[in-house]
Design a protein around this ligand. Structure first.
Ligand code: ACO
Ligand SMILES: O=CC(=O)O
Ligand code: MG
Length: 534
């Protein structure tokens, strides 16, 4: 049991290992207390508002554009000019804030590295604090790492990629830090520590403090972030716009409020991004009670599906009209060792990036350095020479993209193989997450919190609506429980007894059973899983 420490009014219920004091300084603790007291009450109200909005969808309503903000959508305004170093973002690599991976990502042949406290990071105490240490050292340019086993040394190359930090979503709390007896918001903690420890270094280098904001559900949440940014800029005597944000549009409610989100953050925002995996998860969650909108096997739900293509095109059109960039998203493929398999993977990544670039996206994401060349080659065709982006594309496009298109049902089969794959993926991912690893390769794909959510909520929804598999089997709680027991044995033989015992597979199996057979859909799998982390 760790003794609790009180510093500047912040209660720290976790050990302060080597170097942690350089992050949780008196000044940092005082900032966390001040920001929490100022912004936590309204965040709590915004989270409650999410529940009442969801209740309306559960009662039969469908998401739609908001009547009372029509003037924002219809009037003429632009976001603040995009800083020079954010103009060309054709390829961005993403990854957790692990020391070695940060160095590899910053050295990759990409414009930007999105350093992730979110989908690809399990927010263990060590993960979040050491992540801040690593990012501080990366911004200073002093980061290095030596692999104890191989002896390989890692250091930054000249002109590394530009760093953008993605903070935790608003639903996640930091259980190790309390203000006035209550947990502090995880995203606010990531934001504040990253700002405090990096703004001077970054401003001295002529850049700003750049963030990705995940999983927003409304423009009022964007307004909350805007106020956090202003408060912090003013407190540190920095001009408005020192902080710049890229907002992921990755929930179904948010796609109907993109103009409003850009407007609320207009002095801070530079881009929106298509977070396709969380978006697909959110489509399932938001419409979980709508029997006519049940998704098929996960493998069928690609960006070619009309509802996802409408989302990509509306995001591009909305951004470009307002002077913001429109970033694409992640193909979940990762390189294979076998040359023939790898060629097939690169062909799939090329096709995915080609669709994004031809729709008009200004850039895209890759999950692995081995995919950077492929994504660069596609975007180079659309951005020849020194052309930085496609801001001119669909700026004045008046083709309407309707609510019906965004909500269009997606047909396809629900197969037994698809259901069994969902089970094995969700089981292995949850085990990894509660063991402290937020992103793992499973069956040749990158799996993170967003992709795993699709696997487990698909099954939940199929059970709820009594759907059948393509072979006629009724998808019931009993069928799921028996398949889970069988697939757990498959995974156990794949990973072996030692890893099964060491890496929390039995606990993951219990958690997966609980959240898939619960009557109410569990909002995020990371909420119950966080109780098991650390
Ligand atoms: C839905 C969303 O939110 S998408 C965004 C969140 N998801 C992500 O960011 C995915 C990040 N990607 C990853 O974490 C990894 O690529 C994984 C887990 C999928 C696969 O990792 P590994 O199994 O280690 O891959 P692999 O063995 O091929 O790695 C080869 C090398 O590339 C490095 N590497 C792999 N992915 C990355 C990355 N994203 N960033 C930096 N380096 C990377 C590895 O560290 C390794 O380096 P080394 O040779 O110096 O040891
Ligand atoms: O964060 C990205 C996503 O696809 O989810
Ligand atoms: Mg996401």
């Amino acid at each position: 049991m760790t003794a609790s420490i009180s510093r500047a009014g912040l209660t720290i219920n976790a050990p302060l290992h080597d170097g942690y004091d350089t992050i949780l300084t008196e000044q940092a603790c005082a900032l966390l207390v001040e920001l929490t007291r100022e912004f936590r009450p309204r965040l709590t109200a915004l989270l409650t508002a999410r529940q009442s909005t969801q209740q309306r969808y559960d009662d039969g309503a469908l998401p739609d554009f908001l009547p009372h903000t029509a003037n924002i959508r219809q009037s003429d305004w632009q976001v603040a000019p995009i800083p020079a170093d954010l103009q060309d973002r054709r390829v961005e690599i993403t990854g957790p804030v692990d020391r070695k991976m940060i160095i590899n990502a910053l050295n990759a042949d990409v414009k930007v590295f999105m350093a992730d406290f979110e989908d690809s990071q399990a927010p263990s105490w060590a993960g979040v604090i050491e992540g801040q240490i690593n990012l501080r050292d990366a911004n200073l340019g002093t980061i290095s790492y030596t692999d104890e086993q191989s002896g390989k040394h890692y250091a930054l190359k000249d002109n590394p990629a530009l760093l953008i930090a993605r903070v935790r979503g608003l639903h996640l709390w930091e259980k190790h830090l309390l203000v006035d007896g209550e947990q502090i918001p995880g995203g606010l903690m990531d934001f504040a520590l990253y700002f405090l420890h990096n703004y001077q270094t970054r401003l001295t280098k002529g850049t700003g403090v750049y963030y990705y904001l995940p999983k927003l559900q409304s423009h009022l949440e964007a307004q909350w972030w805007d106020e956090v940014f202003r408060f912090t800029e003013q407190k540190f005597n920095q001009p408005i716009g020192t902080v710049r944000a890229t907002v992921l549009i990755e929930t179904l409610p948010a796609v109907f409020e993109m103009d409003e989100i850009l407007y609320m953050l207009r002095e801070h925002i530079v881009a929106l991004n298509c977070g396709r995996w969380d978006y697909t998860f959110s489509y399932i969650k938001t419409l979980n009670n709508h029997p006519d909108r049940i998704l098929p096997d996960r493998q069928v739900v690609t960006m070619k599906q009309p509802f996802l293509n409408a989302y990509s095109r509306l995001l591009i059109k909305t951004c470009h009209k307002r002077g913001a960039l429109a970033m694409g998203g992640m193909a979940a493929f990762i390189p294979a060792k076998d040359a023939e398999q790898n060629a097939a993977i690169l062909a799939k990544v090329t096709a995915d990036k080609e669709l994004e670039a031809s729709n008009g996206h200004d850039g895209t994401w890759v999950a692995h350095p081995g995919l950077a060349a492929t994504a660069n080659a596609v975007f180079a065709k659309y951005l020849p020479g020194s052309k930085p982006n496609q801001l001119e594309v669909s700026r004045s496009d008046d083709e309407e993209i309707t609510a019906a298109q965004l909500l269009a049902p997606c047909d396809g089969e629900r197969t037994e193989a698809g259901m069994r794959t969902n089970i094995r993926v969700a089981l292995q991912y949850i085990a990894a997450w509660i063991s402290g690893k937020g992103c793992v390769p499973i069956y040749g794909l990158m799996e993170d919190a967003a992709t795993a959510e699709i696997s487990r909520t698909s099954i939940w929804q199929w059970i709820k609506h009594g759907k059948s598999l393509s072979n006629g089997k009724l998808i019931s709680k009993a069928l799921f429980a028996s398949m889970l027991a069988e697939e757990a044995q498959v995974v156990r033989s794949e990973v072996g007894e030692v890893l099964w015992a060491e890496q929390n597979f039995a606990r993951a199996q219990t958690l997966l059973l609980d959240i898939t057979t619960s009557d109410q859909l569990v909002d995020f799998l990371t909420l119950p899983a966080y109780q098991l982390l650390d």
